[in-house]
Design a binder for this molecule. Structure first.
Ligand code: G3P
Ligand code: CA
Length: 225
């Protein structure tokens, strides 16, 4: 049962910060999940929303600011917005990284960065899963590099996700946990896919999805899994 820390260990530190990812490592997470966008000058920025409004002391769309401008805005008065490189360097192969593409425009840059870490820094493909609700972005990832593990995100329909996962030879399906039952988990696993539901936080929900024998759980509280 893989323990995957949602946006870092979001229950303990501000989401998608280096501190949240450090906490996830301290809790012995098998993986971390994070969200990415591009800055105006093409850097891969780790943040959930497409604006900085919720997380920082400023307002505006992430893609309208340069990296140095984004670095000047603070999260909870002290944390900087991390780049994807900074998270990779912090994690340093200690667990796998599930990069969720929030927009299709990040596919090429994320694939290039993963290739750089594999070719030059001793990482391997098992250290990564790229996921997205934007299935065109996942198709683009597969076209760019078919070796990168892909997770098909869905909050709607398991059968559609299963058919798409087969078509692009994905590694995993990442469903909203509320879509799951023992039967459909088994069906996805019989086709060879990992099932990694999100975002499962209460003890009761964790026990329920565990009883379906999923492969892992994405949670704000990875220590509860
Ligand atoms: O990747 C699973 C989950 O993170 C998707 O939803 O809104 O938390 O990015 P969200
Ligand atoms: Ca996410």
């Amino acid at each position: 049962m893989l323990k995957i820390a949602h946006r870092g260990a979001k229950a303990y530190e501000p989401e998608n910060t280096l501190q949240a990812f450090q906490k996830a490592l301290e809790l012995n997470s098998d993986g971390i999940e994070l969200d990415v966008h591009l800055s105006a000058d093409g850097h891969i920025i780790v943040m959930h929303d497409d604006t900085i409004d919720k997380m920082t002391n400023a307002k505006g769309a992430v893609n309208t600011f340069t990296l140095s401008e984004l670095k000047s805005f603070l999260i909870a008065d002290k944390h900087q917005i991390p780049t994807l490189n900074e998270v990779f360097d912090l994690v340093d192969k200690k667990c796998f990284i599930n990069v969720e593409l929030k927009n299709a425009d990040t596919s090429k840059q994320v694939v290039s960065l993963i290739e750089e870490y594999i070719n030059k820094k001793g990482w391997n493909y098992e250290h990564f899963i790229i996921s997205s609700f934007d299935w065109n972005a996942l198709k683009e990832v597969q076209d760019l590099n078919p070796n990168i593990p892909i997770g098909v995100l869905t909050e709607e329909n398991i059968d559609d996700a299963l058919a798409f996962a087969e078509s692009i030879k994905a590694k995993a399906i990442h469903p909203d946990f509320q879509l799951l039952n023992a039967e459909n988990v088994c069906k996805m696993q019989e086709k060879g896919f990992w099932v990694l539901p999100w975002t499962v936080n209460t003890e009761e929900d964790i026990q329920k999805v565990k009883s379906y024998k999923v492969n892992g759980i994405i949670s704000d509280n990875p220590d509860k899994i």
